[in-house]
Design a protein around this ligand. Structure first.
Ligand code: DLL
Length: 437
């Protein structure tokens, strides 16, 4: 069968001037929609002295106020909704900074739009109707599984909704059903590769040809290793719950950066210190404006991801701007085993459990899997407890952290004054992983 090169060629290869015109028209409408339906954002605009009539196109984007994660916390749970709740059909969610989760709402149109973005990502790596797509991102509140699942349906692939974990079953389905495309985090892909080898499989005895890996940082070296161990081409995919989920941008077979779905999202790069927009090609914080979303249409949302945009021509023919791999963050969020974790969440649990704030987080990578340890100093009076009591305390702290973060670190209670004191800022996080090139 002739392979499709694009999912929506008339849009994906539109001349840049036309894309910008389309973005301008949609922006004017979207700002009006948000101003009229989201009182919180209307207040932000009023405070900045900007009205919908001041926005004539993308050249006026800089006039709009930013939205940050703290705004989402403040407006939790319904304050950013721009349509009646009865028009929403789905939520997805991600962890917030201190326990309150970010809830993103979707109308049916929003779900369709998001799934189309994921369909574009699949076609861009060569997938089509005859492919068997193994979706091993988590399903549920996390956007990874549902997003790629929906995209795979739209392309017409046979979709294996595996979710993450249960590696033996993953391998059984992958080999018995001859999966050709694997979608999961790059660290889980590496773990699957290792498990396949341990079970005696080689790249020649499995059918995989492409992988769509994202949700966490990975390097070009990781790419080479994954391509070798699984016998595939490994592609990057980026996204965030607040903006819809995976597929905000995606890599094509040129493997030279991720195309932003510019008919739905405007990407800007700003100076994270001053908020000033930066010219194309400069490194800074990525900011997104949603052009078509109905229920949760964030304008100028600060992702905190640091990267670069380029409009250099891409051999694939797509004209959408490309973003580099995120090169770091302008806040202290860590991604551990694919889960977003903020130190402030850990501190909130420690305070709640009556622990000292002399603690250290250590993250490393062993056998392609993240290790996550937290060392907490005990006050002298507690350290005299029996071993039994200490073990019980470690277990209860671990459970409280798991409930807050969604993943359970190994908790180690250590004697008073054993965590090195710093003369400047406390060094609370030791991350031994190599995440960026
Ligand atoms: O991670 C959505 C997603 C699912 C993307 C599956 C790709 C594949 P959140 O849990 O809200 O959403 O986390 C969003 O993850 O701001 C980045 O810091 C990071 N991130 C996402 N994709 C990549 C990537 C999903 N390809 C946060 N490379 C973002 C590096 C990534 N970091």
């Amino acid at each position: 069968m002739e392979k499709r090169k694009y999912y929506q060629p008339e849009i994906e290869t539109m001349p840049v001037e036309q894309i910008k015109k389309m973005q301008s028209e949609k922006l004017v409408k979207q700002v009006k929609h948000v101003y009229e339906h989201v009182p919180y954002y209307r207040d932000l605009m009023d405070k900045k002295g900007v009205k919908p009539e001041d926005i004539h196109g993308i050249e006026d984007l800089y006039k709009l106020p930013f939205i940050e994660k703290s705004d989402l916390r403040e407006t939790y749970p319904y304050g950013m909704l721009a349509v009646p709740l009865e028009d929403c059909v789905r939520i997805q969610s991600t962890s917030g900074t201190t326990g309150k989760r970010v809830i993103a709402y979707y109308t049916q149109n929003d779900v369709d739009l998001w799934e189309e973005c994921c369909a574009r990502a699949l076609i861009a790596v060569g997938a089509d109707k005859e492919d068997v797509v193994q979706v091993s991102y988590g399903y549920g509140l996390f956007t990874g599984g549902p997003g790629l699942n929906g995209g795979s349906h739209k392309v017409g692939c046979l979709t294996l909704p595996m979710s993450s974990g249960n590696t033996d079953r993953q391998i059984q389905f992958m080999t018995d059903l001859k999966a050709t495309v694997l979608c999961c985090t790059p660290s889980y892909a590496a773990y699957l590769g290792e498990s396949l080898h341990d079970m005696g499989y080689t790249p020649d005895t499995i059918s995989l040809k492409a992988g769509i890996f994202g949700a966490e940082p990975w390097t070009q070296e990781n790419r080479r290793e994954l391509e070798k161990s699984l016998g595939i081409k490994a592609y990057d995919i980026y996204g965030l719950t607040e903006i819809s989920g995976p597929g905000v941008s995606f890599e094509c077979t040129a493997q030279g950066g991720m195309h932003v779905n510019e008919d739905h999202f405007i990407a800007e790069i700003i100076n994270p210190e001053t908020g000033e927009p930066l010219p194309e090609g400069e490194k800074g914080e990525l900011v997104f404006t949603c052009l078509d979303k109905e229920a949760f249409p964030l304008l100028r949302y600060r992702t905190r991801d640091i990267c670069v945009l380029t409009r250099e021509a891409c051999p694939c023919g797509r004209t959408f701007v490309r973003m580099s791999k995120p090169m770091g963050r302008s806040d202290d969020m860590m991604i551990i085993r694919g889960v977003n974790v903020f130190p402030s969440q850990i501190e909130a649990v420690l305070i709640n459990e009556g622990c000292s704030l002399n603690y250290q987080i250590k993250i490393s990578r062993v056998n392609n899997s993240d290790t996550f340890d937290i060392y907490v100093e005990l006050p002298p009076e507690q350290f005299d407890d029996s071993v039994k009591n200490l073990t019980a305390k470690e277990k209860s702290l671990q459970a409280a952290l798991r409930s807050m973060l969604g993943i359970g670190p190994d908790v180690h209670l250590v004697p008073p004054k054993t965590i090195a004191r710093s003369e400047g800022k406390a060094v609370r996080i030791i991350d031994e992983r190599k995440l960026h090139d």
